[in-house]
Design a protein around this ligand. Structure first.
Ligand code: TRP
Length: 360
């Protein structure tokens, strides 16, 4: 193995490159392959929508070929429960489709990880391209381990960045939209691609080095105003929530005792978060909305937010309900996704075996 170390670089450098990549995608969407994924641990909430789903739909509409891996095996890395995996795979798919990802374009594929055996076969050679020390140092794995509260770390968790590399490289993904926390994983993917090419395919590289596309969307806090929105923290509005539920949840949202509404994320995070949600669902700047509410107080802010969110998500929720009535269609979307993913994975695995001198 080469002596080079995994170089995580700086966030600023990643952001600058990501902006160049965005330009490239605008001018030449067909040249790239986008790969992204979620673990099926529940339904999606509006934080997911504004944070990542909306961006995926935008890139999809630009015409970038898109693979979405539903990372079901990876659920097992940090939790005991697996009872609901199949249900969550279907619910995630419904959320994607309702948001506007449409496989009918012939270049959008949604599939569960566990159904693409050839993808998973890349894991074995990839594991030989990183060292234990490198896995030990990966900051995202460290954080995920800390967050999971596990006392004993299973090797699936420890090797997470390596299976994520297989998820991304099986289809020769070139663009991976991610948040800041996923950058170390992506750097390991890039390192694996580089080392694989260097070791086995010097003259004719098999893998591209995928680039992160950093989200510039603001992080949405939960309705408690002090942590990221998350179902497990009970501070989320799910995409599947109805209008009354949305109203109820917003009524309970934390604000502060100052009547005058101002947009001040540092000093008034709870109010600022509600204003940001209003801004995202109306397209108006948060400062302007704050000025309009003025001394209308938290009551007015919440009333406006309830109306704006319910209006914004009305088409999504209607579509969601229709899709829930059609499980056969959801299943077909997944089967089609699996078929396309397997075709790609088989081709890639063949190339991989060939350069590793493992053909019969
Ligand atoms: N690690 C990602 C998460 O926890 C999910 C994921 C799995 C993923 N495989 C991926 C994301 C490949 C991007 C690309 O959110």
């Amino acid at each position: 193995m080469s002596a080079e170390q995994v170089d995580y670089g700086t966030y600023e450098a990643a952001l600058a490159k990501s902006r160049v990549l965005e330009q490239e995608l605008q001018s030449n969407p067909g040249k790239h392959t986008l790969l992204t994924g979620d673990r099926p641990t529940g339904r999606l909430h509006i934080g997911h929508f504004f944070g990542s789903l909306q961006n995926r739909v935008r890139l999809h509409r630009l015409g970038v070929p898109t693979y979405i891996v539903i990372a079901d095996y990876q659920v097992l890395t940090d939790r005991d429960s697996f009872e609901n995996i199949s249900e969550y795979v279907h619910q995630l798919t419904i959320d994607y489709l309702a948001a506007g990802l449409d496989p009918a374009d012939g270049k959008t594929f949604i599939f569960p990880h566990s159904h693409v055996p050839e993808l998973n076969q890349l894991l074995l050679p990839f594991l030989t391209l990183v060292t234990n020390a490198e896995l030990d140092r990966n900051p995202t794995v460290k954080e995920e381990i800390a967050a999971s509260g596990q006392k004993r770390i299973n090797a699936g968790m420890y090797t997470y960045p390596v299976h994520q590399a297989a998820d991304i490289l099986f289809c020769k993904g070139t663009v991976v939209p991610v948040g800041k926390d996923q950058l170390p994983h992506l750097e390991i993917t890039r390192t694996i691609a580089r080392r694989f090419n260097h070791r086995f395919a010097k003259d004719n590289p098999v893998f591209p080095e995928p680039q992160p596309l950093l989200s510039e969307a603001p992080v949405i806090l939960g309705l408690d105003g002090d942590q990221k929105m998350s179902k497990s923290r009970n501070n989320a509005i799910m995409l599947s929530a109805d209008e009354d539920e949305t109203a109820r949840l917003i009524k309970r949202a934390k604000t502060d005792s100052e009547r005058m509404i101002t947009y001040d994320p540092d000093n008034r995070p709870e109010v600022a978060n509600l204003l940001m949600l209003l801004s995202l669902s109306t397209g108006r700047p948060p400062e302007e909305i704050a000025a309009e509410i003025g001394d209308g107080g938290g009551g007015k802010l919440k009333k406006m937010l309830t109306e704006a969110l319910n209006e914004y998500f009305r088409p999504h929720r209607t579509r969601r309900k229709e899709l829930e009535q059609d499980p056969a269609y959801i299943r077909q979307v997944l089967l089609d996704g699996v078929k396309a993913a397997r075709e790609e994975a088989i081709k890639t695995l063949d190339e991989v075996r060939k350069v590793m001198n493992m053909m019969l």
